[in-house]
Design a protein around this ligand. Structure first.
Ligand SMILES: Cc1ncc(CO)c(N)n1
Length: 230
């Protein structure tokens, strides 16, 4: 399909299935990673009430995301022929533990109480979608690609807010660095290789299902950013 027969990972940075999809669905990807909320952080015009709403809702999302990450880890242990997938995902889960602690301290910094927050409809819908991907019937290929996409939307969005020309307010730099930093970028590229490797050996129906799931993730991410408008 993509010709890279000599590559054991099923495709290099420009020739894997994921790279093809990123080109094919560039508009959707851009909508998810260059959302008005992100643009407002980058140009310094961000409404702090919107930021606080995002912070509250994302804390709840990350708690649900931990369970999804655990389900992807289990699939990797059972299905991946590559033992290093499990190690990458285990490290990712350990980073999510730091992330939850970070949300708590960040909320305190902004005077936001996380204990009484209830999830908004877009958040509930995203969490239900994650739940559906946790089922045993969902292939590792589908799950690891969704996992990659979820992390990558944040990486790409927040890295954009850290570019030299950006006017991101100082108080939000730390938030942007959480996902926009180079190490997180490297982690996302590792996840991308893992997804590509799976897709390279997947049957056609699973590839189709994975592409549809990727597009669903992008839609859910856009709806999630929309919540910040209140
Ligand atoms: C909604 C959302 N998508 C992706 C991430 C990345 O972990 C996050 N924290 N929240």
């Amino acid at each position: 399909m993509e010709g890279g027969e000599s590559k054991k990972d099923g495709g290099d940075e420009c020739g894997g299935t994921i790279e093809i999809w990123l080109r094919k669905h560039a508009l959707n990807f851009t909508r998810a990673t260059r959302h008005p909320f992100i643009l407002s952080i980058r140009d310094g015009s961000v409404d702090i009430a919107s930021f606080k709403r995002w912070l509250e809702q994302d804390y709840l999302f990350v708690r649900a995301f931990v369970a999804f990450a655990a389900s992807v880890l289990i699939k990797a242990c059972k299905e991946s022929e590559n033992g290093s997938d499990m190690e990458v995902l285990l490290q990712g889960i350990s980073a999510l533990s730091d992330e939850l602690a970070w949300f708590k301290s960040e909320a305190e910094k902004w005077g936001v109480s996380l204990s009484g927050v209830s999830p908004q409809p877009a958040n509930l819908s995203y969490c239900r979608f994650l739940d559906s991907l946790m089922s045993q019937e969902v292939e590792y290929t589908v799950a690891i690609t969704a996992f990659w996409a979820i992390e990558t939307v944040y990486q790409d969005s927040f890295a954009y807010c850290l570019e030299v020309e950006s006017k991101t307010p100082h108080e939000l730099k730390e938030t942007c660095k959480r996902w926009g930093n180079a190490a997180f970028g490297h982690y996302c590229r590792t996840l991308q290789k893992m997804a590509n490797r799976q897709l390279h050996k997947a049957p056609g129906d699973v590839i189709k299902k994975t592409e549809a799931t990727f597009l669903q993730v992008l839609d859910k991410e856009i709806d999630f950013w929309n919540m910040s408008h209140g």
